[in-house]
Design a protein around this ligand. Sequence first.
Ligand SMILES: C[S@@+](CC[C@H](N)C(=O)[O-])C[C@H]1O[C@@H](n2cnc3c(N)ncnc32)[C@H](O)[C@@H]1O
Length: 318
Amino acid sequence: MTVSTESALAVDAVAGLWQNPPTLPTKWLYDERGSRLFDEITRVPEYYPTRRETEILAARSGDIASVTDAAMMVELGSGTSTKTRMLLSAFAEHALAAGHRFTYVPVDVSTEILESSSATLALDYPGIDVTPVVADFTGPDLSLPQTGGPRIAVFLGGTIGNFDDDQRAVFLRRLAGALSPGDYFLLGADLIKDTGRLVAAYNDKAGVTADFNRNMIEVLRTGLAADGLYADDFDHIARWNPARHRIEMWLRARRDIDVWFGALQRDWKLAAGTEIRTEISTKFDLGVLGAELAAAGLDVVTTWTDDAGDFSLTLSRR
Ligand SMILES: C[S@@+](CC[C@H](N)C(=O)[O-])C[C@H]1O[C@@H](n2cnc3c(N)ncnc32)[C@H](O)[C@@H]1O
């Protein structure tokens, strides 16, 4: 971890760990190990969102490139950019035919994954300028790089669900404010469905999501010089919150925990059974999502779902 990452973690830990319930922003799940575990999650049988979104992108990337005619794509929370390759191929082909360059700007907090995937993409797509940016998309400066033609901001993987309702409204407004009139926004959002399937997607039998969740304890231990904090002392919990139509991931203390955070010079006590909230993943109704985009100043152009109606991709225009 860099010094600035460590101090950002310290600020979030002080703000969240002594709350009732204790909580930490989801981004802290994504250090290098967490990002690799998330990549593994996308391949477990229970985790349908990646396969469904891939199905939509495979069918629609060509349409998205020709409708938007974008010269630049900025992807927020790009991770390994695996699914994005379908968009990149379509935009590369479109730009070649139209005789202009295309720039891809992947944005993520996970530095190592961003750097390694960007280096591979630059080799695989010689016709595209790949210019990665390490940044927090919840930070105060959500400015997007400028270019000659229209831009498309892309937010895939259902990551929008990690915001609560208020945070999401703020994020959409700030994103719309960073776009210019005529720019586009492509949003991947998971849809409300059978609770059993939803819970299983966040509690796979192989235990990959459990390892991913518990990795946050490792991030705290190493990032804040913690004594007495061990990932094995926590159970992974995934449950559906029907009132807020969201999956919530928690870590429940298996025993009384007494931690000394060297970096904070502060003690943290948790009674056995206490739960820390590590992630929310809101699931959407398409009508409500369209209204939220409109309220932020983004007009829906088209919404697609996969054949099973599990996941959605919405193209909107500022
Ligand atoms: C659910 S994963 C999705 C990854 C990829 N877009 C996909 O669809 O498979 C969320 C991604 O967003 C990144 N991320 C989470 N919070 C972030 C933040 N506040 N700022 C920037 N990136 C963030 C994570 O590192 C991770 O790569």
